[in-house]
Ligand binder design. Structure first.
Ligand SMILES: Cc1cc2nc3c(=O)[nH]c(=O)nc-3n(C[C@H](O)[C@H](O)[C@H](O)COP(=O)(O)O)c2cc1C
Length: 213
């Protein structure tokens, strides 16, 4: 089983609820499946490259303009996207860990997604629509936030956006594990909320280890 973990939380582990949920998830995976291959990408240590005109042309002009052949410069501008997509193409499971920022995902996570969800990288565009060029079967979102959110909360600009983007390339099995209410001044039960999320992460990891033998 191949798992790729993309993390966009700049806080140190002891202060980062989302990273602690991730730690719970991966401890559970490792305890059940020693052979699991886990690749970690910390976007706070390796920030995504800026998205340039050349990169846009390299990936999008061939599907927008018949017969378009990218230049060498356009190809060269796409190194970051190629490398990142290459890492996740063979993944069975993709785990995205992040806090909620301004009712959405941190910009570094959005940028990473913008780079990798490109035609020719994780999907190809055919007359019959988009065809996946990846083997991702399961997407796991590990999220933390200060405020408390209800199911399908209209203020949530994070999970629906990510779910839609991946559904578009054929990833429909998604688990969202969310420690909300993490502001200790407003929510006295912040620790138990985090613990519930950590327990849920363990359970999802168990299900994944059963599904991917
Ligand atoms: C730039 C920024 C924007 C934030 N925006 C929100 C927000 O819109 N809603 C919310 O509930 N919390 C918001 N927060 C609080 C974070 O979600 C909170 O700090 C998070 O639970 C911390 O996660 P961590 O413990 O995993 O690092 C924001 C924090 C920062 C730094």
């Amino acid at each position: 089983m191949n798992i790729v973990h993309i993390c966009a939380d700049p806080q140190p582990m002891e202060e980062a609820a989302s990273k602690q949920i991730a730690a719970s998830f991966f401890a559970s995976v490792i305890s059940q499946k020693e052979t699991a291959r886990i690749v970690n990408v910390d976007l706070t240590q390796e920030p995504p490259a800026p998205y340039t005109t050349e990169e846009f042309r390299n990936f999008w002009y061939p599907v927008l303009i018949d017969g378009y052949v990218p230049t060498k410069e356009e190809e060269a501008a796409s190194t970051y996207a190629n490398e990142q997509a290459g890492q996740i193409r063979e993944a069975d499971v993709l785990v995205l860990t992040m806090p909620m920022w301004n009712y959405s995902m941190p910009a570094m996570m959005k940028s990473w997604i913008d780079h990798v969800l490109a035609p020719g990288l994780l999907y190809t565009v055919t007359d019959n629509g988009k065809q996946p060029l990846h083997s991702i079967k399961k997407l796991v979102l590990l999220v933390s936030s200060h405020e408390v959110f209800s199911e399908a909360d209209p203020r949530d600009g994070l999970s629906p956006a990510i779910e839609s983007a991946f559904e578009d390339i054929g990833v429909t099995d998604v688990s969202v594990i969310w420690a909300d209410g993490q502001n200790p001044k407003e929510h006295v039960d912040f620790e138990s909320r985090k613990q519930i999320a950590m327990d849920a992460a363990e359970e999802v990891a168990e299900e994944i280890c059963e599904d991917f033998q």
